[in-house]
Design a binder for this molecule. Sequence first.
Ligand SMILES: N[C@@H](CCC(=O)N[C@@H](CS)C(=O)NCC(=O)O)C(=O)O
Length: 201
Amino acid sequence: MYKVIGFPRTRAMRVMWLLEELGEPYELDPALPQSDAVRAVNPSGKVPVLMDGDEPITDSVAICTYLADKHGKFTFPAGTLERARQDSFSQFGVDVLEGALWTAAKNTFINPEDKRAPDVKDVCRYEFARGLEILGARIGDGPYAMGETFTIADIIIGHCAGWAVAAKFDLPGEGPVHDYFKRLRERPAFQAMMAKVTEAA
Ligand SMILES: N[C@@H](CCC(=O)N[C@@H](CS)C(=O)NCC(=O)O)C(=O)O
């Protein structure tokens, strides 16, 4: 059985969501970032870490890519144009959406107080809003980033949407991007993941 290490109100949600989509059972160890339990398997102290047997895998996108490739679901095969487009969406999620959210978080509560620049949060909100405009142009009518096929790119982007709500970043109240995020939240696997997050946190 897989084991997800990491306090669940973090990027660990991405891995849990995918495991729910795959229907794979997993154990959750809600260890805090930088705890001894996490540092024992990831020198950076960051979560999530996926244990596949005795082997730790770090970084949520690498973990999701590994799981999707291994189980042959929610991804296009490596070496195809579809996979290149899918990876581009995942990278967009990490680079543009997560980048703005993570920079804001680091400058709000992650970094030591004397290493924060609170004014940067306005820039993050601006960049995130621009990112949503680009997302709208890229997904078109969807229903998912890759059209009819739900992939791990949707998990990365959808997780950032939930993170944005928690961080009080603006999301559209209507339109294609609003509908896309709603479609993702309505997936049974997303709801199963959220139930476990709420139970554990
Ligand atoms: N690229 C990594 C980033 C992991 C990461 O920064 N996780 C946060 C929680 S969401 C963390 O552990 N922060 C603690 C720290 O940076 O020291 C991933 O996607 O898993």
